[in-house]
Design a protein around this ligand. Structure first.
Ligand code: ZN
Ligand code: ZN
Length: 353
């Protein structure tokens, strides 16, 4: 069971942060995770947004902040009450033996730029836990259970604690039955009473065309087994797009470099480039084209996500400088340089006029 994260950690500020710093951190996180604007999957954004709001509510209130600094979450939990559990998911603490969703898992998947172009179905193997089929997730042989004697089937343990507000009762999960209120009559031998077993499952991941590096694909229910009969967690596949030898990516656009001879830049002509699909495309170079000019090949970029359109391919022109020259070439180049030199000088004179 995941512990509640530290509020300072949630907002990414230090324990000594000023009210202003806290407000700033909160605002920038809201921009990123508000469910209406976030690029994260909806349920992740919602959970994150809830966590951020809760942290801000406490840390922005000097009184609550000081209680939190002294007593941690226990000092301020009362201020949220049922509201926290009501935000979807299952409330923790109030009903420990209630069904609870299993943990979510992360899987890092590397794909090629061509997979971004064409989309792909990638089979992966997920190492996760599933409900033990022998005992139906109960941990008891044949699925037979009895009431937990440690908590009389309540699933929780109550403890008195002394705080500055007087005695408070803290409720925690019964360690004997893990909050389920039931223990097996005989331990299931397949799962050793855990109620869950490790399993390698094959899952087919659908890579949509145009996916961006770092995007996550959610596979509902492919995470770890749930608790007390709750649903399984989700699997988040984080997609990493490998760099391409010839192309650099900018969203749906692609960029490439192409070196052209000096005479071609001066006199104009055409070059043939190869697109990401390996298609040859002839592009024209106008006379007097400068080094570093960018030519556009429309529609030869990557697909735009959730659209049928494609980005463009941009070709940045460089110049080929030969390392060796023949005597004839040398003579021509020197003649050229003599002429070019005159032009440069006259231009400079103009500049300093
Ligand atoms: Zn079992
Ligand atoms: Zn118990």
């Amino acid at each position: 069971m995941a512990e509640k994260r530290d509020y300072y950690e949630v907002l990414g500020v230090s324990k000594t942060a000023t009210a202003d710093e806290i407000k700033k951190a909160y605002r920038s996180l809201v921009k990123k995770y508000h469910p209406d604007v976030s690029t994260e999957p909806k349920d992740v954004a919602e959970a994150k947004f809830k966590e951020i709001s809760e942290a801000y509510e406490v840390l922005s209130d000097p009184e609550k902040r000081s209680l939190y600094d002294q007593y941690g979450h226990a000092g301020v939990d009362g201020s949220f009450g049922a509201g926290v559990g009501g935000f979807g998911g299952f409330g923790r603490g109030s009903r420990p033996n209630a069904p609870r969703q299993g943990d979510s898992l992360r899987y890092d998947l590397e794909i090629d730029m061509l997979d971004v172009l064409n989309g792909k179905e990638v089979p992966i193997t997920v190492k996760h836990t599933v409900s033990c089929p022998d005992c139906n997730g109960t941990g008891g042989k044949g699925g037979k259970t009895q009431q937990c004697p440690a908590c009389n089937g309540q699933g929780q343990r109550q403890e008195m604690r002394r705080t500055m507000f007087g005695n408070t009762i803290s409720v925690s999960e019964c360690p004997r039955c893990n909050g389920s209120g039931k223990i097996p009559v005989d331990t299931c031998t397949r799962c050793n009473g855990r109620g869950r077993i490790n399993k390698d499952s094959k899952v087919a991941i659908n890579i949509p065309k145009g996916i961006e590096d770092g995007m996550r694909i959610r596979v509902g229910g492919a995470g770890d087994a749930g608790y007390n009969g709750g649903p399984a967690g989700d699997l988040y596949v984080v997609v990493h797009v490998k760099e391409h030898r010839n192309f650099e990516r900018d969203g749906a656009d692609l960029w490439m470099k192409c070196d052209v001879s000096y005479p071609k830049l001066v006199l104009g002509g055409s070059i043939t480039i190869s697109t990401i699909e390996g298609k040859s495309v002839e592009i024209n170079i106008a006379p007097g084209t400068q080094v570093d000019s960018v030519l556009k090949v429309p529609g030869q970029g990557l697909p735009e996500m959730r659209h049928t359109t494609r980005g463009n391919l941009y070709v940045r022109l460089g110049v080929v400088i030969p390392k060796k020259t023949t005597a004839e070439e040398k003579e021509l180049l020197m003649k050229l340089d003599a002429n070019a030199g005159k032009k440069t000088t006259s231009k400079k004179k103009g500049l300093f006029k």
